[in-house]
Design a protein around this ligand. Structure first.
Ligand code: AMP
Ligand code: ZN
Length: 137
């Protein structure tokens, strides 16, 4: 598993990357095509394709590193905030099938466009999806 995975190769050092942090379970490096200066990726060292594939304990390790890296990136870039983005599967825009969190520094007034909450839902629709999702939890 992970033999052909570009992020596994970054962890093993087979492919170079701008590593910013590493601990026993996680690894963080600069994104090669950044959405903003300092845009970084945080990954588990073990190969897991998506958030549904990683054991919960390992996911907690990854999130701890996201928090640490987010704080450092804000200071390093004088940012006012940062986005954490994580894509699961092709339909959601995942290109590299090794779980990763994008950490993107943001400055007030920057031109980066990430759009959420652009559609208004009717009360009936919200109720229906509240019920549907709760049934799965
Ligand atoms: P995603 O669409 O969530 O799968 O994002 C994959 C991200 O990996 C993109 O933002 C790419 O720019 C980034 N990426 C791909 N190859 C490399 C690499 N060799 N080093 C650093 N970042 C990479
Ligand atoms: Zn991998």
């Amino acid at each position: 598993m992970g033999d052909e995975c570009i992020f596994c190769k970054i962890v093993s050092g087979e492919i170079p990357a701008k590593k910013i942090f590493e601990n026993e379970a996680t690894f963080a490096f600069l994104d090669i095509n950044p959405s903003a200066k300092g845009h970084s990726l945080v990954i588990p060292k073990n190969h897991h394709a998506t958030m549904l594939d990683i054991p919960e304990a390992e996911l907690k390790d990854v999130i701890s590193t996201v928090q640490k890296v987010g704080a450092a990136i804000m200071k390093a870039t004088n940012a006012d905030g940062f986005n954490v983005l994580q894509n699961n599967r092709e339909a959601a825009g995942q290109v590299i099938p090794h779980l990763h969190f994008h950490v993107i520094p943001r400055t007030i007034g920057d031109s980066l466009k990430l759009s959420f909450g652009s559609q208004k839902a009717e009360e009936e629709e919200l109720k229906e999806y509240e019920k549907r999702v709760k049934e799965q939890l």
